[in-house]
Structure formats: C-alpha cells, structure tokens
Design a binder for this molecule. Structure first.
Ligand code: NDP
Length: 285
C-alpha cells in the first residue's frame, strides 16, 4: 500500500475585513482540478497581529499567503525580502516561500499585463493613461513601465498620490510619466493607446462612471477597467459604444491569482477553471 500523507500544503489570505473575499473559491477549484493536496485558508488578521501572523507562516510550514487590505504595505518589515518589482511598487499582495525565506511579491500589475498579452495588445512604445493613483494604479503603472510603455499619464483627484507615483516612474523606470490633476471632466488625448480605470468608481454597488468626456475617446484606444465586480461595468459599456476594445477587471483578478498560484505550487494555474468557478460563484454562469 502506498504511504499516505494526511498533511495538506497550506496557503493563507490575510486581511481585515476579509470575510467577503471570494478568492478561496478559485484557488480551491484550481487545486481540485490539478489534484493538488493544497488548502487555501481565508484568515482574519487584525493589524496588531500581523507580525505574529507572518511569523506563523514559517512555524506552520506554510507555502505562503495572499495579503489584502489593510496589510499590503505594513507587511513589508516582517518579510525576509521583496522581489525587485514589489520593492518598486512598495506593496505586497503575495508572500511565497523560497528556500526557507518568506518573499514579498506583487502580482496585481502582472495580472493586468497578462490580460493585455492574452488579447495581443501591444505595450512596448505605447502611451497609457491611468485614472487613479492608489495601490492598484501603482502596481499597474510600474508593470506597464517595466513592460516598455513609453509614456504614462497619471490622472488623480488628489495631487499628492499622483505626483508621488509620477516621481517613482520617472526616477526608477525608463518610461516618461506626467501628472494631471483630475478636476471636473477629463479629456482623453486622441493618441492614448491604453486607458485604465484604476479608481474604485463603479465597484458594486456603485454604478457611477469615471468623469471623463466620452466624446474624446477614439476607437483606437484600448479601454480597461480593473473593477472586478460587476463583470460588465458601465465604464466599459460606454467605451464599447465609442467603438473601443475593452478589457475587464475580472480577467486581471484571475490572472493575478494565477501568477500567485504558480509561485506557491510551481505549476501553471488552470486559468479557465478558475474563471468558471468564479463566474459560477457570482451567478454569471
Ligand atoms: P485605493 O484606495 O488605494 O485607491 C483608490 C483610487 O481611486 C485613488 O486614486 C482615489 O483617488 C480614486 N478615487 C476613489 N474615488 C474617487 C472619486 N469619486 N473620484 C475620483 N477618484 C476617486 O484602492 P486600490 O488602488 O487598492 O483599488 C482600486 C480599485 O481597484 C478597487 O475598486 C479594487 O476593487 C480594484 N482592484 C482590482 C483588482 C483586480 O484584480 N481586478 C486588484 C486590485 C484592486 P484619491 O487618491 O484622490 O483618493
């Protein structure tokens, strides 16, 4: 009789609040599909317990964890090291074990880039406009710059965050970045190749759309929304009405999870199965 193993490899999700985060659905579907003896555990970690929780990763022999609000920045001092991109972005959404070390990585922007690549959208030499300058915008701007984007315009309501992100891109990457203060309605330059909504505008149950002049959108601009829920945002519908190709936040969500999955298991994630599992969970199937 073959020797049995009753221990599962453990992955966490540390957040606060975290109860409503559905990532466990796609991860467990992926483990099951590949016959992996892994468990994904959604864990409520209060800020004052974050250090203890991170130390427990080694104590419990865990493969790693996802990190979500409000810990993406505050987790950094408790890790053994960061990848170069996580260090640039200044935030971590994935921790993985590498030769006994707990390494911080950020897969949000990588998931976004993968979504563009899957649709054969060229990044190198292009001009991107990013609405927002929060954590997700930071990850996406850095990854776009590293992927060869020529020019990045950061459009944000509050100048501090926008200018900080522009400085980061200009000082640490080869891309050229500029800041535009978002006051009133924003006109999209006609030579914009990629426009990304990185604000939280439109996230369920919000039905608002970013305040841009949709008449200035050219059909040659690829319009991306990173809002994962709802699947089809009003922002995307308005861009489609202008003839633009669109990309949704759901594919970015799945792709960032897929990158993390590979870091934990060493195996390519079954992306289509993960998509189906989430769509079923959301009642979209
Ligand atoms: P942050 O809170 O860090 O940033 C929010 C950004 O939205 C800021 O730039 C903020 O501007 C801007 N913003 C919010 N409300 C308004 C408004 N009414 N008008 C203009 N600007 C506004 O959030 P994150 O960057 O972490 O997340 C942003 C969104 O991205 C969330 O909805 C999240 O669900 C989604 N997301 C999706 C992922 C995916 O995989 N699809 C992954 C990660 C995030 P200001 O600086 O002026 O406050």
């Amino acid at each position: 009789m073959a020797e049995k193993c009753y221990r599962s490899e453990l992955i966490g999700l540390f957040g606060c609040p975290v109860d409503e985060n559905p990532t466990v659905v796609i991860m467990e579907a992926a483990f099951k599909a590949l016959g992996l003896n892994y468990r994904y555990n959604t864990m409520l970690v209060y800020p004052e317990n974050l250090e203890t929780a991170v130390k427990s990763l080694k104590a419990l022999h865990m493969k790693g964890t996802h990190i979500t609000i409000p810990h993406k920045v505050s987790v950094i001092p408790y890790l053994d090291r960061l990848t170069d991109t996580a260090a640039l972005i200044g935030a971590v959404n994935t921790v993985y074990e590498d030769h006994g070390e707990m390494v911080g990585e950020n897969t949000d922007g990588k998931g976004f880039i993968k979504s563009l690549e899957d649709e054969h959208i060229k990044i190198s030499g292009k001009k991107a406009v990013i609405l927002g300058a929060g954590g997700a915008a930071r990850a996406i701007a850095v990854e776009l710059a590293l992927a060869g984007t020529r020019k990045i315009i950061i459009v944000n309501r509050s100048p501090d965050r926008g200018e900080t992100l522009v400085k980061l891109i200009n000082e640490k990457t080869t891309a050229h970045a500029e800041f535009t203060l978002w006051e009133g309605c924003y006109n999209v330059d006609e030579d914009t190749d990629i426009l990304v909504n990185c604000t939280s505008i439109g996230l369920y149950p919000d039905t608002n759309v970013p305040n841009i002049d949709y008449n200035t959108l050219k059909f040659t601009t690829v319009v991306c929304d990173i809002i994962p829920n709802p699947l089809h945002t009003r922002f995307m519908a308005k861009a489609q009405a202008c003839g633009c190709k669109t990309l949704d936040g759901f594919s970015m969500l799945i792709n960032q999870a897929a990158v993390s999955f590979k870091l934990w298991t060493g195996i390519d994630a079954p992306v289509e199965i993960m998509k189906m599992a989430m769509m079923k969970e959301n009642g979209d199937l």
